[in-house]
Design a protein around this ligand. Structure first.
Ligand code: ADP
Length: 267
């Protein structure tokens, strides 16, 4: 896309030069396209839960409803409000990360502790899930920002629970791969269709199959995981068989406990 126009340069009120400006605006055009696509998606994502909250509160204010109906509507309002809050928080988090404004405090962290913390937080949702562990080379030290690592594990574990049937098995493993520590979360849930795999980490992308249309989400969880892992100089991969289950594996630089290393050097 080439944009051409004249620009007149004035001196003391008189034109003294004519400039022919010849500009390649392809990049700007692409950015504009991206921005408007983004605004469309966001406003759609915000409008849907908002209109249901609006409609239900209006109904509750204007109609005499049975306690059961009231409870049902309030539950929906509560769920939708929760979804909106997490959508906005996730969205802002991602913006901060992408614009480079997010500050990570990289320290040596034992990710096993983070895993237990995340499972404890999810315990109400996973009464029916069986979790097993296979940890090699303990302690599971990695270099990372503790809150961000918690966010990664939280998103991956809650997806494993959300997209698995009750009673589904979840296996969390960790092992060394050269300079990296690999951590995988394997479930026996719905799995991911092969043609969705390459879009899985894109913003707002959700698999739109009938097997999961009822499951709530924002499509931002995996984009956040990818963004954090990449900023930590790690990576993420996924393997899945549709209908059988999925395995997400992240790799993070192995943690070195600087204090301990210091002591060893001095000894
Ligand atoms: P959300 O769960 O909010 O939709 P994510 O970015 O976390 O967004 O995930 C994107 C999509 O990937 C989901 O809509 C879901 O269909 C699919 N997905 C993610 N994790 C799993 C999993 N463990 N098993 C099956 N499908 C998954």
């Amino acid at each position: 896309n080439i944009n051409m126009y004249y620009e007149l340069l004035y001196l003391n009120g008189h034109v003294f030069a004519v400039l022919l400006v010849h500009r390649d605006v392809t990049r700007e055009y692409e950015l504009d396209q991206l921005k408007s696509e983004f605004v469309n998606t966001v406003s759609h994502e915000l409008r849907t839960p908002l209109s249901s909250v609006y409609g239900l509160t209006e109904l509750m204010l204007t109609k005499q409803l049975s306690p059961e109906k009231q409870h049902k509507y309030l539950t929906t309002i509560y769920e939708e409000t929760k979804r909106l809050t997490s959508l906005i928080n996730n969205f802002l988090d991602l913006q901060r990360m992408e614009s480079g404004r997010k500050v990570y405090e990289i320290i040596c962290v034992d990710i096993e502790k983070i895993i237990y913390k995340v499972l404890d937080f999810n315990k109400i949702n996973m009464e029916n899930h069986e979790v097993s562990y296979q940890f090699q080379d303990k302690p599971l030290l990695v270099m990372g920002d503790e809150d961000s690592l918690t966010q990664i594990m939280m998103n991956l574990v809650s997806n494993a629970i959300k997209y698995s049937p009750k009673g589904g098995k979840i296996q969390i493993s960790a092992w060394k791969e050269g300079e990296y520590r690999a951590i995988s979360i394997k479930d026996e849930g719905l799995g991911i269709p092969a043609d969705s795999l390459n879009q899985l980490f894109s913003k707002f992308y959700r698999v739109d199959n009938s097997d999961r249309r009822q499951i709530g989400g924002t499509g931002l969880g995996l984009s956040i995981v990818k963004e954090i892992v990449t900023s930590h100089k790690g990576d993420i991969r996924v393997s899945s068989v549709y209908g059988e289950g999925s395995t997400f594996t992240i790799r993070l630089p192995i943690g070195v406990n600087l204090d301990e290393e210091d002591l060893l050097l001095r000894a």
